[in-house]
Design a protein around this ligand. Structure first.
Ligand code: MN
Length: 192
């Protein structure tokens, strides 16, 4: 059974960029709900519980299971994987990944150019979804966004940086101001 991962910082630790109430509801209600629904979807398939979630998502389309269960795993397994990464890459203190920074500069020209492209992807995602920096199947860094809770693992990519742009991630503090949320979010991304 999947369980809610603990955060390595308090709900108020990312203030003023992400407020305490949003963090607490997002973690204990939204993320927990994805986990509960994922566990329910997997009840029929005890073998799949032991598979790493990333593999489950990578192999999802070829698994011999009901289509309705595939959709539930895509949405809720994606939700669990996406949020688990999201909590992990944020922190009140920076812990810059030098190797990643170097690769970002090589790929996108500079960290600022990377941020600009990523921000564009996050701002223009229509409705609910995520912006991503992934390592694609050829090993290259790539920026794109996905709808809903679709994980990059579904297309064989490995997510490195993911930004939640569902309204539940920012609405209490930012209301409709998604660009402001995104621009402040760089302050709590520990990797860069
Ligand atoms: Mn979320």
């Amino acid at each position: 059974m999947y369980t809610l991962p603990k955060l390595s910082y308090g709900y108020d630790a990312l203030e003023p960029y992400i407020d305490k109430a949003t963090m607490e509801i997002h973690h204990t209600k939204h993320h927990q709900a994805y986990i509960d629904k994922l566990n329910t979807a997997l009840e029929k398939y005890p073998d799949l519980i032991n598979k790493p979630l990333s593999d489950l998502l990578r192999e999802l389309t070829s698994l011999p299971i009901d289509e309705a269960d595939k959709i539930a795993i895509r949405n809720n397994g994606g939700g669990h994987a996406n949020h688990s990464l999201f909590w992990e890459i944020m922190s009140p203190t920076k812990s810059v990944d030098e190797k990643l920074t170097k690769e970002i500069i090589e790929t996108f020209g500079s960290v600022d150019e990377f941020k600009e492209k990523f921000t564009q992807s996050a701002v223009t995602r229509f409705g609910s979804g995520w912006a991503w920096l992934v390592r694609n199947d050829t090993g290259k860094l790539e920026i794109y966004s996905t709808a809903n809770q679709d994980s990059p693992y579904l297309q064989g990519h490995t997510p490195i940086i993911g930004l939640d742009v569902w309204e539940h991630a920012y609405y209490l503090k930012y209301q409709n101001r998604r660009p402001e949320y995104i621009s402040n979010w760089w302050q709590v991304l520990k990797l860069l």
